[in-house]
Design a protein around this ligand. Structure first.
Ligand SMILES: Nc1ncnc2c1ncn2[C@@H]1O[C@H](COP(=O)(O)OP(=O)(O)OP(=O)(O)O)[C@@H](O)[C@H]1O
Ligand SMILES: [Mg+2]
Length: 193
């Protein structure tokens, strides 16, 4: 177990600390159903909705469940290795990492590469800055779709706003190739400071 925890440290630590135990929270029925279904199917997921509706928290609960599932004595090392690549990356952090990368646009940042190779990726807050010239988050989502690796995307934007800025191809890939969940249809979440 200790070796497993060490191997999974990067994956666990990529999850923001306030959401690291989200898989242990007491969830309402509707959000719990989404989390259970996403864990069971392991496919692409798109979480949309207003701020505070739990998009990031739900995504982290799914990652937490996946990581928990290999933290027992019967897990094979291959399963642990696969889970060790799981990542939570926020689009703001990715944009900053790409902008600050010393080799500029010639080579992708380590964060982008970790996102590309993750067996499951949460890309949080996609398109936080729709006006920026480069949009590595969208590029990452496209590259992962092409590689058939599942991505959980959260965004506060609507499809039409994203397409207006980034084009229909990006919108189509994000919206039609993943299972969409509108978190505004769920009950309000209790505000926790
Ligand atoms: N330990 C906890 N148990 C239950 N609820 C919590 C806990 N910690 C935080 N919350 C609540 O969960 C919600 C989490 O919202 P979250 O940040 O996931 O929303 P979001 O849809 O991603 O919003 P945004 O668009 O601003 O990123 C908040 O309302 C917060 O108060
Ligand atoms: Mg969020």
């Amino acid at each position: 177990m200790r070796r497993q925890s060490a191997r999974l440290a990067d994956a666990v630590e990529s999850i923001p600390e306030r959401f690291r135990n989200a898989h242990k929270w007491t969830w309402d029925k509707k959000r719990q159903r989404v989390i259970d279904a996403a864990v069971a199917t392991g496919g692409h997921l798109l979480l949309t909705g207003l701020p505070g509706q739990g998009k990031s928290a739900i995504a982290c609960a799914i990652l937490g469940r996946r990581l928990q599932s290999v933290q027992h004595d019967c897990a094979t090392w291959a399963e642990v290795e696969d889970a060790s690549t799981i990542r939570f990356i926020s689009d703001p952090d990715l944009c900053r990492a790409e902008a600050m990368h010393p080799l500029g646009s010639k080579v992708d940042s380590p964060m982008y590469m970790a996102g590309l190779h993750a067996s499951l990726l949460v890309l949080d807050d996609l398109g936080f800055d729709l006006a920026s010239r480069r949009h590595p988050g969208a590029e990452l989502v496209m590259a992962r779709y092409n590689a058939r690796r599942p991505t959980i995307v959260t965004t506060g934007h609507t499809r039409s706003v994203v397409e207006e800025r980034w084009g229909g191809g990006v919108g189509r890939r994000i919206w039609t190739q993943s299972f969409g969940i509108n978190c505004d249809e769920f009950p309000a979440m209790e505000a926790v400071r």
